[in-house]
Every structure is written in C-alpha cells, then in structure tokens.
Design a protein around this ligand. Structure first.
Ligand code: AMP
Ligand code: MG
Length: 424
C-alpha cells in the first residue's frame, strides 16, 4: 500500500494547472489575477465635493481681510450626488452642494455647512448666505478629477491574489469580470442505499446524507465551484449514469462505496466508464480506502476523480490531505503539493502511538508565547463527526511510532479555517 507522500506525488503527476478563465469579480477572491485590470475612467471621474456645504471660488475667500465677519455670497443653485447641473459660477456666487456631487464649473473649493454664520439665511437657491471659514485652504474639500488614477492606467497587476479590495477596485475601474486562475468545478456524488437528504425524517436503516453538503461546503471554502449531484443507489446502473455526468467537471468526488463490501461498486464502475486508476488505498487512518484516477477528455484537461470513503470523518480527512492541495494546484495557487502545511508542536498530555498505519488524530492547537501546543481530543473514530468538529488541527502519529509523552515535539496539520493564531 502506498503512503501519503507517494499518493500526493502521483496526484501531482496526473494534475495540470487549468487555463485562466473569465470570472465575475465577486467570485474572484482568492484567485490569482492573470491579466492586468486597466481602468476605463478617471478616478474620481470629475471634481467631487467631499463635504456637504457650499461650492465656492477660492478667490472670494483668499482675500478676506477681516477674519471675524465672513463672506456673503449669493446661492445660485443646489447640486445633490448623482446630479450634473450646467451651472457656471461667477465671483460672489456659490452653490449649495452635497457630499459626492460634481463641482459646478468655476468652483474650486467647498465650505462645510457648519461654517454658515448664525443668523444668516438657510443658504438655499435664491438666498444669500454668510460663510465664515477662518482657516481657508485653496481647493479645500474637493477631490480632484483623476487624482487617484486615470483612464488607461493599470490599477491591478497580473499575478496578484485577489482580495475584496481588488474586487471593489475592479468594479470602480469598469470591470465586471477579470481573467484569473481558474476556480475548478467539482462534481460531488454521494452513494449508498441508506442515504436520505438532509432535513428528511429518518426511516429504518437510513442515515442522512452528511457528505454532500459537507463536501460542497469544503469545496466552496477553497474557492472552487461545487456541483452537488445527489445520491446514487448502490447499483452499477445508477452509479454509471451519475458518474458519466459528473465527469464533465474538472474534478469528480464520489463518496462511499470504495471499500471491500459487496455493494462497494465505485472503483469497478469508474474503471468501466474509462477512468484510469492511479491508486487505490493509502496507508493512513482514517481514510485508507481512498481511490484516485484520471479520465482523459479529448478537448479538455483530464478530469481528476477521487473516490472518498463514506464515513464522514474519513471523507473530510482525505479532503484535507488530498483534495484541498489538488484544488490549489489546479487553480495555479500552489505548485508544490507535497510541501504541505505540516508544523511542529509541543504535546500537552500523552498519546498512544500508532500501529501499522499513520494516524491523523483530531487535536486542539493553541499558540502560547509564540510556541504551538497541541492536545489530542477524545474521538470515537471515522464516523464521529461531533468529536471531529471540536478539532482545529490534525495530530500526525507516524506508523509504528511509540507512545508520546507530555512535552514531546510532534507533527501537526492546522485545519485552515478553524485554527486562529492566538497569542496571549
Ligand atoms: P461506505 O464507504 O459506502 O462503505 O460507507 C462507510 C460508512 O459511511 C457507512 O456507515 C455509510 O453508511 C456511511 N456513509 C456513506 N456515505 C455517507 C454519506 N454521504 N453521509 C453520511 N454517511 C455516509
Ligand atoms: Mg456504501
């Protein structure tokens, strides 16, 4: 039986990085940008008021001699955000203006509304208003056209890993889509006569389909696109029909039916429809029955197929160890699958050593004084999802290792989303 490192090596050998795709901006977070984003407009697109107040001509204020009295101006109009009025301001005039509105022609500064001298009129169109601004600065409270970037400028450089801020910037620059490393599409088929959909009442011998929503969520968490395909009964015909559809995706995950039982028909059926087996069974616990193969497609990259064990914890451990790095690899985010996310930690308490398979045991990781500590958790095995839900990492016990004691240095894998660095 091959070990985890060899399994990852074979997956890496079979996988190829997907060509970049056109992706809607709000779906691009976490992806690598593959083409510069160039703005189609200036930012701001026009001189913009940054305050609610009065658009004025600086010269009317620059020459104020008596700082106490203020300047009286005629209000010739009002401009709200979203309005563009053809007002041309002359000396002695001002326009009542709101934050975000375009400055009228001729105006080059804004006096905030708070500077209206008490007892002056309300400052609406047709009235006079007295404005007192003792510390007047030329061009104050105006964001000048193109002061941030101009039309034709590259605002996001290819190669960057996109964050929410880049999504906003792309939108501001006029792009609804970007060309980014492809988020793989992942079909998910769950198998088993005993399965019913979540939310349904259990009948005799039935269990709920835990793996479909769980794997869909895990796939989405990686930035990939899950395609849940429903439950296939444990017969070759039902499996074949669903698998044939699932093979249209970049990656197909099939849960259950990969062990040695009479109804474990997944490996045979996959091979019958043309999926080449790359390995079946890996030396680890939980997750030993995992199956992996490739399906060659004439005009597209091959579909990578994982047969994951049916027990939910085994399925999730296999997802962490094999599927997550594969999703990163094919979307061009990480070229070294085997480097993994292993770290060393100091053991709290003691742990029984592993037998002839390495064990990936749920654990609690904690950062204290810059040192990572790990404690193994109580856990009822590969179907105990509640026990597993308390973990924020996996403690790796190499095969045939002896018992570990308090203070020993051990290998751990933080579970990305659940392990937060806590420094105390
Ligand atoms: P199998 O790999 O099909 O032999 O399944 C192993 C165990 O996992 C059995 O107890 C199944 O009932 C259970 N199982 C299989 N698929 C699922 C699933 N989608 N959700 C929850 N449990 C499952
Ligand atoms: Mg089954």
């Amino acid at each position: 039986m091959i070990d985890v490192v060899e399994a990852l090596r074979r997956i890496e050998e079979s996988a190829i990085v997907l060509p970049p795709r056109r992706v809607r901006i709000e779906k691009s977070v976490g992806l690598k940008l593959q083409e510069d984003v160039i703005s189609d407009a200036d930012s701001p697109p026009w001189h913009r008021s940054m305050m609610d107040g009065f658009a004025v001509i600086s010269n009317d204020f620059a020459r104020v001699v008596d700082e106490k009295t203020g300047v009286t101006l005629e209000v010739v109009g009002e401009i709200a955000a979203g309005e563009a009025k053809p007002i041309i301001l002359k000396r002695g005039q001002c326009v009542r203006i709101m934050t975000g509105a375009p400055m009228p022609a001729g105006a080059d500064a804004v006096i905030p509304i708070e500077r209206v001298v008490t007892g002056s009129s309300g400052g609406h169109a047709g009235e006079q208003v007295c404005l007192h601004e003792p510390n007047f600065r030329l061009g104050q409270h105006v964001s000048k056209k193109a002061s941030f970037f101009h039309a034709g400028q590259t605002v996001i450089k290819s190669g960057i890993e996109l964050e929410a801020v880049h999504v906003g910037l792309a939108a501001e620059a006029g792009s609804s889509h970007v060309i980014a490393s492809a988020p793989p599409c992942v079909s998910i088929i769950t198998t088993g006569n005993e399965l019913i959909a979540d939310g349904q009442i259990l009948g005799k011998g039935q269990i709920r389909n835990t793996n479909e929503p769980m794997l869909s969520a895990a796939v989405a968490r990686c930035g990939a696109e899950p395609i849940p395909m429903g439950i296939a009964k444990d017969n070759a015909e039902a499996l074949r029909a669903l698998m044939a559809q699932g093979l249209a995706a970049d990656i197909l995950l099939v849960s259950g039916g990969v062990s040695a039982g009479d109804y474990d028909l997944v490996p045979k059926t996959l091979e019958k429809i043309g999926v080449e087996c790359v390995f079946h069974k890996v030396c680890l616990k939980p997750g030993k029955p995992i199956w992996f193969g490739i399906f060659k497609r004439p005009a597209a990259s091959p579909t990578l197929v994982f047969g994951l064990p049916g027990n939910p914890v085994s399925a999730l451990v296999c997802f962490e160890l094999f599927v997550r790095p594969t999703l990163k690899f094919v979307s061009g985010q990480s070229l070294e699958m085997q480097s993994g996310s292993h770290r060393m930690a100091k053991l709290v308490g003691s742990v029984k050593g592993a037998g002839d398979r390495p064990v990936y045991h749920p654990c609690n990781l904690k950062l204290f004084d810059n040192c990572l500590f790990v404690e193994a958790l109580q856990w009822g095995g590969s179907a105990d999802l509640l026990g597993f839900s308390r973990a924020n990492g996996l403690l790796v016990l190499p095969k045939n290792c002896g018992d570990y004691r308090e203070g020993d240095s051990v290998q751990v894998i933080p579970l990305d989303s659940r392990f937060h660095h806590e420094s105390e």
